[in-house]
Design a protein around this ligand. Structure first.
Ligand code: FES
Ligand code: FES
Length: 219
């Protein structure tokens, strides 16, 4: 059993050790903070001019450089057909076509696309003059709530262009020949577009019809 003196010594030691640990921790925390938070540039967030050609129209914007293309379209140009699902590149609801390629507009900054041609669902077609892909989605009931649909349709248009251009996918058997137009190719190429209503088989039917697949596309 400790005498009162022994107890006093060990208590002092404990306090010293604690102070040393706290000092070391404070030093590590300060170092971590300096690594994690580089100094913010004085002009961060300052507006920057950017010109986009959206659905055939020249649109000049002055944007915070941190504005995503998705927010530029929805919040600044009020083109709300393009949807924000996850805002993390995981659902495909925000898919638009930029300079002929489908991209997730939530994952890219608007100011990175100076002079780019951007096509949104509004630019593909309008009521009374639907794009063939839009008409096929209606015909095949390729949706339920419709939230994912603008992204699905833009992505489908882009996917068929990629097949046409011979761009291989993960499931293409031979990288040296044009990919086959098949249900498995369509499903793979559309795998970045999530539909929480589960309208997948009708979506593939719609795309298959536009692609000219005969004999049905059910895999
Ligand atoms: S909102 Fe862009 S991928 Fe989900
Ligand atoms: S139709 Fe509802 S999420 Fe796809």
């Amino acid at each position: 059993m400790n005498t009162p003196d022994e107890f006093a010594i060990s208590r002092r030691g404990l306090l010293k050790a604690g102070a040393a640990t706290a000092s070391a921790s404070a030093g590590m925390a300060a170092e971590a903070q300096s690594r994690a938070a580089p100094p913010v540039p004085a002009d961060a967030g300052a507006p920057m001019a950017v010109t986009l050609k959206v659905n055939g129209q020249t649109r000049r914007l002055s944007l915070d450089t941190r504005t995503t293309l998705l927010d530029a379209l929805r919040e600044h140009l009020h083109l709300t057909g393009t949807k924000k699902g996850c805002d993390h590149g995981q659902c495909g609801a925000c898919t638009v076509i930029v300079d002929g390629r489908r991209i997730n507009s939530c994952l890219t900054l608007a100011v990175m696309h100076e002079g780019a041609q951007v096509t949104t669902i509004e630019g593909l077609g309008q009521p009374g003059k639907l794009h063939p892909m839009q008409a096929a989605f209606v015909k095949h009931d390729g949706y339920q709530c419709g939230y994912c649909t603008p992204g699905q349709i833009c992505s489908a248009v882009g996917a068929l262009q990629e097949i046409e251009q011979g761009v291989p996918s993960h499931v293409s058997g031979d990288l040296n020949v044009k990919p086959l137009l098949s249900p498995v190719e369509l499903r793979e190429r559309m795998s970045g577009n999530i539909c929480r209503c589960g309208a997948y088989s009708n979506i593939v039917d719609a795309i298959g019809e536009v692609a000219g697949m005969t004999g049905g596309v059910k895999a």
